[in-house]
Design a binder for this molecule. Structure first.
Ligand SMILES: Cc1cc2nc3c(=O)[nH]c(=O)nc-3n(C[C@H](O)[C@H](O)[C@H](O)COP(=O)(O)OP(=O)(O)OC[C@H]3O[C@@H](n4cnc5c(N)ncnc54)[C@H](O)[C@@H]3O)c2cc1C
Length: 374
């Protein structure tokens, strides 16, 4: 794939270096153009910084393309250490999505119908501090007439289409004059006397004093940063609902979740597998997801299968994100968002802007410190 980049280039010391009336450099270089890198690039650019996103492939085509897009902030399912970030990010979503839509001219399908969670009351009661409204059988059948469940809880929660969001965020970033280099991986963060001076890709080098690693499941592969991220595979199935409004709510049950999109697609997800960097789907697993969907909504037997896929969530040893400044001056990280990166994109961008600018973030990031693994 070709490398695309604004600015003029010259060979220097065996590397292609970009110049623009002198040496071209950026205030911040973001490594990785998933939803985390894109959201941060947009936030930094809105504050006036010159930002370059360096993406190995195409922006927004890895985990952020594979995700379901549930914006889960309930204390039933969110790790306690992540709760404050999850709630803050969920609150930011309407404005975050609206701004991206305006700046890109594209829709992201933010939906506000809520989620129906199929869990036993005992399971819910076992979690201290969790309160959820149990739906009466009548209320449940009014909300989702085709759902074959007798007991369920309702959560006020949104969903978004991550593919549409990532594509719109890429357009918005470009419209805001964020620079992009696509199709060439960053191999290393360059240092001089312990301070960041730029990044080296397989074909070129870019200059900056500040680098943020947002490379998702691959964040541990960029020297000299050794973030302990690992890929956690998720397989998904996509059906075309026989009617666009067959389901309105996101449905979560222990066997599968169902996420309706406004165009009539229905996502059925997802596995959580330790399978290295393997992104192949397995027919048996996809059939299991399909059967789980039919058990939940028998009318889906008339649904066409559109596609299946797998993506790699960025996992960490304690399943919490890695956010903040590293021990290397000028080197920052925002990764490891595991199952919640779509949800956490707005708050991550906001908090990381504060960290990069040297001010105090409005939420405590101690639990997410990159230094906690040393
Ligand atoms: C099946 C599935 C379902 C999910 N469902 C949800 C959900 O419902 N809600 C939710 O909030 N989250 C969900 N997630 C999680 C969410 O998708 C991730 O947490 C989020 O997308 C992570 O974003 P990211 O930008 O960190 O990573 P990515 O989107 O993976 O982006 C990282 C980018 O870095 C690039 N890169 C890697 N190495 C380099 C390099 N050396 N140089 C340059 N670029 C590089 C990659 O090409 C990639 O584009 C789901 C994930 C999966 C797989």
């Amino acid at each position: 794939m070709p490398v695309t980049c604004s600015g003029r280039a010259k060979w220097s010391g065996g590397r292609l270096v970009f110049y623009n009336a002198g040496v071209k450099s950026w205030e911040v270089i973001i490594v990785g153009g998933g939803i985390i890198g894109l959201s941060l690039a947009i936030a930094l650019r809105r504050r006036g910084g010159r930002v370059l996103v360096v993406e190995r492939g195409e922006p927004g085509r890895e985990a952020s393309y594979a995700a379901g897009g549930m914006l889960v902030d309930s204390s039933l399912e969110t790790p306690p250490a992540l709760q404050a970030l999850a709630v803050a990010s969920a609150r930011m979503y309407p404005e975050f999505a609206h701004e991206i839509e305006v700046e890109s001219g594209a829709k992201v399908d933010l939906r506000d119908h809520g989620t129906i969670v199929i869990r036993s009351p005992e399971d819910v009661q076992e979690r201290p501090g969790v309160s959820m409204d149990e739906l009466s059988p009548r209320a449940l059948s009014e909300l989702e007439p085709e759902l074959a469940a007798k007991r369920a809880f309702y959560l006020k929660e949104r969903s978004v289409d991550p593919r549409a969001l990532s594509s719109a965020a890429t357009k918005a970033a470009k419209n805001l004059s964020v620079d992009f280099s696509s199709g060439d991986p960053v191999n290393a963060v360059d240092l001089s006397q312990g301070q960041v001076t730029g990044v080296t890709t397989s074909k070129t080098a870019f200059l900056t004093r500040k680098v943020v690693i947002c490379a998702g499941a691959w964040s541990g592969q960029i020297a000299p940063c050794a973030f302990p991220t690992r890929p956690v595979k998720g397989q998904m199935l996509c059906l075309a609902m026989p009617s666009r409004t067959l389901l309105k709510h996101v449905i979560r049950s222990p066997k599968a979740y169902l996420i309706p999109r406004s165009d009539g697609r229905l996502l059925v997800g997802a596995t959580v597998e330790e399978a290295g960097f393997d992104k192949r789907t397995d027919p048996g697993t996809i059939q299991r997801l399909h059967r789980a969907a039919l058990e939940l909504v028998p009318k889906l037997r008339d649904a066409r299968i559109l596609e299946d896929w797998a993506g790699l969530r960025p996992g960490t040893p304690d399943n919490l994100p890695i956010l903040g400044a590293t021990q290397t001056p000028g080197c920052y990280v925002a990764t490891g968002h595991f199952r919640d990166g779509i949800l956490l994109a707005p708050i991550t961008a906001k908090l990381m802007c504060a960290v990069i600018e040297g001010s105090t973030p409005e939420l405590d990031l101690a639990a997410f410190s990159p230094l906690r693994f040393h």
